[in-house]
Design a protein around this ligand. Sequence first.
Ligand code: CIR
Length: 253
Amino acid sequence: MLKNALVRTPSPELINGITRGKRDKADYQKALQQHEQYQRLLVEQGISVTVLEANSSFPDSVFVEDVVVCTPKCAVITRPGVLQRREEIKGLENVLPPFYDEIKKIEAPGILEGGDVLLAGSHCFIGISERTNHAGADQLTAILQQQGITATTVPIKDMLHLKTGVVYLENNTLLVNSKYQDHPAFRSFNKITADTKEASAANSLWINGTVIVPAGYPVTRSNLEDAGYKTVAVDISEFEKLDGGLTCLSIRF
Ligand code: CIR
């Protein structure tokens, strides 16, 4: 059962965040409203939401998932792989102590972003991407091993992070985009596949029995409902313009 989430209010600088493709600029006022709706949905799933103040020094700081990995026994402050976000971790050591006694850090030459960390039961998949390298993955693996959690790496191409295309829905089940449907790493899991025209829907968010799906992907939503999941949709169009999905907008534990 998840109890807590940390989110960070988007700053007006959000519109200058990193994007991989050419997209329209995000609308800040709309992003603020969408973020509030996202928080409301978390609260409706029984989550206590802590809202961190906007940080205008870092346009992408609303994507908090990338800077902290929560494990059962400790929080791990990451070392973002992209230079524009490297210093985004400043101050996090002051935010985490009410929740965690033990805080660890990914150190150079490791880089690691939370979007690449997929905890599925007692096993963790770590994406090796433009943002996460083997040194970062090795450090997280060592931390997890001390807690009896195994970890393996999955090389990522054509996606920002591992969780862009694969998320865990509990019950030994993954939601995957079609490219990962037959990936050997995930052989032992049941899989629900996001519709091929709805690849972004693969980044949905399981919270305490409900799957929050991004609005605008009806086929994937009904695939989830057909599989027995209760779903609820939220519009995150302004964050999608910055390659952000549902999981990256919060840290849950
Ligand atoms: C970035 O490129 O870092 C941000 N614009 C998007 C981060 C999305 N994070 C995630 O999927 N975990």
